[in-house]
Design a binder for this molecule. Structure first.
Ligand code: NAD
Length: 471
């Protein structure tokens, strides 16, 4: 494929060095991207700072620009999706959904309003709460949904009047670089800068003096480093971090009726979703039939190169993640768990791991306690719902969770006791642009999406006007 460039101050910029990008379906490097130097990052940050004063002035222009970004994404969806499948591994249909989803996010964000909050308006005075942009936003993204998660940051940051420097994961830089190239004609120079490089580039961004806000999506471990690095300069941070989502299936549920939705709640994107089901709690009365249903679905799922027709599951994105899933399932097996389906890598090239369902497993096993972020679902047995809730909540993670039952009121009550940012009932992974999304506990700080996410890219200014002098 043609070499992609960084976008700095509206210009195409090559690197002095380059990084290889691997196709996870083959395990082979197929493209190279620029490795941003410290000087180039500096140029990008200063370009963003120079673009800020003009960009912040006219909200109408910004709304129009976001609408235009949505149109560009729609018209280039096929090209972007192909790049995404090649670097990320997901099936082409899912890659297209990600790009179209990003277009929807741009369009929806363009329609958001800033609240007009007048607290007092009397002959004596007026107190108004206004929202001001922060300045330059440094945005850092992971490799599971590179384009969508970048747009979750870029769109609200820009609407609020900030300018942006975005850095994708070194495992999936291509589609984001392409996005930068495509938006060069839509956004003024410096408003959106896209740089590529390794993890150290992220660290340079978070410690750089220019950005006033870091918007980060990634692992808990890196999130803590980001918070640490942002602290001396009191940069604002939004952290969207890992999860170990529980799903609790109540005893009244018919296993055959829910198995498919539970399966895709866990295995979408080969389990590489921050808020996928990562621990499934099933009442003992339904345990064996549900485990069997899930195993049948896992064995039937079509896994392969994302470009093959009808493929449902692609490979894991990268070798470290592939090796991690192998390690966690082997550890569970050695600990006496029952491998009900899958349980090993697929023979041949690429990072393919069979969709795996693991039964007779409990807390204290790494596959349950840690975020596996892959296609291996532990299914845990419980006796009563309070016990299941206690076990589900006994973790530092708190991204999302779900409860499944024919009795929606009962399920809603149980779901409200989950200690997490999003509690679903009879569904999982239902994420929409108009609802806030974020993590409790170690799963994050702040939220993205909707007006709540937008306001995270602003700071409050209270304008307090005294109208008369009366001695
Ligand atoms: P990661 O933390 O390894 O990397 C994320 C990004 O941070 C990458 O761009 C990386 O280059 C960069 N980075 C690495 N070290 C850095 C440092 N010291 N300073 C600044 N940036 C640095 O995560 P990953 O493996 O790419 O992604 C998987 C993780 O992301 C999982 O834990 C998953 O749950 C989480 N995630 C969370 C959400 C959410 O919305 N909560 C969404 C998707 C993924």
């Amino acid at each position: 494929m043609a070499d992609l460039t960084m976008t700095i101050d509206g210009l195409a910029v090559c690197g002095k060095a380059s990084l290889g990008v691997t196709n996870p379906a083959t395990g082979k490097i197929f493209a190279h991207v620029p490795e941003c130097s410290r000087d180039q990052l500096d140029t990008a940050m200063h370009a963003a700072a120079r673009a800020f004063p003009a960009w912040r002035t006219d909200e109408g222009t910004r709304r129009e620009a976001l609408g235009a970004c949505a149109e560009v994404l729609k018209s280039c969806a096929a090209e972007l999706a192909e790049t995404l499948t090649r670097e990320q591994g997901k099936p082409q249909a899912r890659a297209t959904e990600e790009i179209m989803g990003a277009a929807v996010w741009f369009a929806h964000t363009a329609s958001l309003e800033f609240p007009a909050e007048v607290l007092q308006d009397t002959p004596e005075g007026r107190i108004e709460v206004r929202r001001r942009p922060l300045g330059v936003v440094a945005a850092i993204t992971p490799w599971n949904y590179p384009v969508l998660l970048a747009v979750w940051k870029i769109a609200p940051a820009l609407l609020a009047g900030n300018t942006v420097v975005v850095k994708p994961s070194p495992f999936t830089p291509l589609a984001t670089l392409k996005l930068g190239e495509l938006l060069r004609d839509v956004l003024p120079p410096g408003v959106l800068n896209v740089v590529s490089g390794g993890d150290e580039l992220g660290a340079w961004m978070t410690s750089h003096p220019v950005p006033r806000k870091i918007s980060f999506t990634g692992s808990v471990e890196t999130g803590k480093k980001v918070a640490w690095s942002a602290a001396p300069d009191l940069k604002r941070v939004t952290l969207e971090l890992g999860g170990n989502d529980p799903a609790i299936v109540l005893p009244d549920v018919d296993p055959a009726a829910v198995a498919k939705d539970l399966f895709w709640g866990a295995f979408t994107n080969s389990g590489q979703v921050c808020s996928a089901i990562k621990r499934l709690y099933v009442h003992e009365s339904q345990y064996t039939p549900l485990l069997e249903e899930l195993a049948i679905l896992a064995e039937a799922a079509r896994m392969g190169d994302g470009f093959e027709p009808d493929v449902e599951l692609g490979p894991l994105n990268n070798r470290p993640q592939f090796e991690r899933v192998i390690e966690l399932v082997d550890d569970a097996r050695q600990g006496g768990a029952q491998i009900a389906a899958g349980g090993k890598p697929r023979a041949g090239e690429g990072y393919f791991y069979e969709p795996t369902v693991v039964g007779e497993i409990a807390e204290g096993t790494r596959l349950v306690d840690e975020e596996q972020f892959g296609p291996a679902l532990p299914v845990l047995r419980y006796r009563d719902v309070d016990e299941a809730l206690e076990r589900a909540n006994a973790t530092h993670f708190g991204l999302s969770g779900s409860v499944w039952s024919g009795d929606v009121d009962r399920a809603t009550e149980v779901a409200s006791r989950l200690e997490c940012g999003t509690a679903w009932v009879n569904q999982h992974l239902a994420i929409v642009p108009f609802a806030p999304f974020g993590g409790a506990k170690w799963s994050g700080i702040g939220v993205e999406n909707g007006p709540w996410g937008l306001l995270g890219f602003t700071e409050i200014q209270t304008v307090n006007v005294r109208r008369r002098f009366d001695g």
